[in-house]
Write a protein that binds this ligand. Structure first.
Ligand SMILES: Cc1cc2nc3c(=O)[nH]c(=O)nc-3n(C[C@H](O)[C@H](O)[C@H](O)COP(=O)(O)O)c2cc1C
Length: 237
């Protein structure tokens, strides 16, 4: 892994305060150490994250914290489900049916950058499959989170839910923890529902790995790129 200083240098961001630092040093960690964060700290992070805003204060989110034997059982069920994807169905459209520019290039770039660090070459589909399967072990994180939303809610509540997700990730960062949000979980909502007793009225939005980053892992050296500001921001003067 690269340390926060090198990560900041690679992003080109000079933090001006601790909030800047938490935001700019968050990244998707894909290999965690086995030591678990204290449960009290996980609860604290979720309590702080719950200060996220939401339209008319509806707070349209629910988080399941999964550790210990339940996490092991969930991972085993997800690994098995991932081997028979045709039996599972994405519950909501996270991506468009076809990718187009500029999103297609950005998506390809981060994918190949990750595979490059892992020494996975084009065409090595078994190794790509195995890397994708690591999602279901929460990338070895000792704590996993599963986020759900009431299926009757509208798109606005999904915005709110996203703010909750980012708040969890930033609050975690403030305590030296790292995360990886995981939409890979969504298609496998059936086994997730069974193990976590999630009612049919809730949609599984995503999972999230939470823990301490493995500092020696090549995959944690990835610094994903961002578009130049003028591509995504228009200042009207
Ligand atoms: C809602 C959401 C779902 C994601 N799902 C996955 C996933 O299933 N597996 C994974 O490895 N990364 C996943 N990511 C991480 C993205 O690939 C990552 O955020 C993006 O490449 C930018 O990199 P960074 O998070 O390191 O800045 C997800 C990110 C978001 C916001």
């Amino acid at each position: 892994m690269i340390d926060d200083g090198e990560r900041l240098a690679r992003t080109g961001i000079v933090p001006r305060n601790d909030v800047d630092r938490a935001l700019a040093t968050r990244f998707s960690v894909r290999r965690f150490r086995p030591d678990p964060p204290p449960e009290d700290l996980v609860g604290h992070i979720l309590r702080v994250a719950q200060r996220a805003p939401s339209g008319t204060n509806m707070q349209p989110w629910h988080a399941h914290v999964v550790a210990g034997a339940t996490r092991a059982r969930l991972s085993a069920a997800l690994r098995a489900a991932h081997e028979v994807p045709s039996e599972h169905r994405q519950p909501y459209a996270y991506y468009p049916p076809e990718f187009f520019e500029p999103y297609l290039s950005r998506r390809r770039k981060v994918g190949w950058d990750l595979y490059g660090l892992l020494g996975i070459a084009r065409g090595e589909s078994a190794r790509m499959h195995a890397q994708h399967a690591r999602n279901f072990d929460f990338f070895d994180a000792p704590v996993g989170l599963v986020f759900t939303i009431d299926q009757r809610l509208a798109i606005g509540s999904w915005l709110d839910h996203g703010m909750f997700l980012q708040s969890v990730m930033i609050a975690a960062r403030g305590h030296g923890l790292h995360t990886c949000p995981q939409a890979a979980f969504a298609p496998f909502h059936r086994p997730i529902r069974e193990i976590l007793a999630i009612p049919e009225t809730e949609t599984v939005v995503c999972g999230m790995a939470l823990g301490y980053a493995d500092e020696n892992a090549p995959e944690n050296r990835l610094v994903s790129e961002r578009a130049p500001l003028d591509e995504v921001v228009t200042f009207h003067r």
